[in-house]
Design a protein around this ligand. Structure first.
Ligand code: GLN
Length: 320
């Protein structure tokens, strides 16, 4: 029996509704465009187009997985973040749109020259600039480190692996405790041709860079660490709870464990006037601000809201 696009979409909607998948019709359309390698408008223009048995088989497999509440990003194996495609699997958290704000803050800070002097040249590719060193902790899919490497233009060709070139440039260190995550991050960096600018390291936060002698040498530390509290873990939607890595989500009893460690240890590695920029979860701004204030070495503590109006990013400068 042959099935056309219209019928396949109707079936998908009913199937997904049955499993309480939010927006079942849109999900069905989205997944069908991927199976057919077409755009949404093509589905609307050719509703009578009959699916081959191979296409129908692939579409039903994909819809059944979505019915089990697997996130579509894992089913398709990729996700868009700041206009770039990133490979994802269950080893890594799916990049969220609100994390784009974190990248924005880093790029703006480096390119504005606000607190890091004389760095405007980096963006515009003027020679004779200083080095910029960025550390991304809990890199996961690598989306933050890779966007930074793509968006902050270095005036010089890629530097030698692992170190700074003599003439300056950008070096990003990307750390994750999961070897599986680092493998994906590395593939993503290769896909976007920035692997020469990024040093990937497996390890537990700052322990990973301990042997590199970077004390007092980092311009910016950025992180979207695990920040979900014990209680909030219970309430996560099925897609997150059933499929995304607990390692990338769980931030300890109150969700703040990683902020405590990062904020305490960051001053040792930051240059004077260097910045620490962190993503935070719902209602965490006040607590994380307190952690910054307690150290007494940070100034200009500032919180930014995301497009939904939620306090999402906190940043501060280091004064020694
Ligand atoms: N933003 C994720 C969520 O909504 C959490 C990510 C994290 O812990 N860093 O669940």
């Amino acid at each position: 029996m042959s099935t056309n696009i219209n019928e396949a979409l109707r079936w998908a909607r009913e199937y997904l509704s049955h499993f309480d998948v939010p927006e079942p019709y849109i999900e069905g359309e989205y997944l069908l465009t991927h199976v057919l390698g077409c755009q949404r408008k093509d589905l609307l223009i050719h509703p009578e187009r009959v699916l081959t048995s191979g296409e129908m088989k692939r579409f039903s497999e994909v819809i059944e997985r979505r019915g089990r509440r697997e996130p579509s990003q894992y089913i398709l194996g990729e996700v868009e973040f700041r206009g770039l495609l990133f490979k994802v699997n269950r080893e890594v958290l799916i990049p969220r749109p609100e994390t784009e704000l974190l990248v924005e803050e880093v790029v703006n800070r480096v390119c504005s020259g606000d607190t890091i002097l004389n760095l405007q040249e980096i963006k515009y590719g003027v020679p004779g600039i200083k080095d910029v060193t960025v550390l991304d902790l809990c890199t996961g899919s690598g989306c933050i480190a890779i966007c930074i490497a793509m968006e902050i233009k270095s005036p010089h060709p890629p530097l030698s692996k692992g170190g700074m070139g003599e003439r300056g440039g950008l070096r990003v260190y990307a750390v994750d405790i999961s070897g599986g995550a680092i493998a994906i991050a590395r593939k993503n960096a290769e896909r976007h041709r920035v692997e020469e600018k990024i040093t990937f390291l497996v390890g537990d936060l700052f322990n990973a860079i301990e042997p590199l002698g970077l004390e007092g040498k980092i311009d910016l530390i950025v992180s979207n660490p695990p920040y979900v509290s014990k209680e909030a873990m219970e309430r996560l939607q099925p897609e997150i709870k059933g499929y995304e890595p607990v390692l990338a989500l769980y931030g300890g009893e109150d969700g703040l464990d990683f902020y405590r460690r990062i904020i305490r240890e960051a001053p040792r590695y930051l240059k004077q006037q260097g910045g620490l920029i962190l993503e935070i979860g719902f209602n965490q701004a006040r607590h994380v601000r307190n952690l910054f204030e307690k150290e007494k070495v940070f100034s200009g503590i500032e919180v930014k809201r995301d497009l939904a109006g939620i306090e999402r990013v906190i940043k501060a400068s280091y004064l020694s």
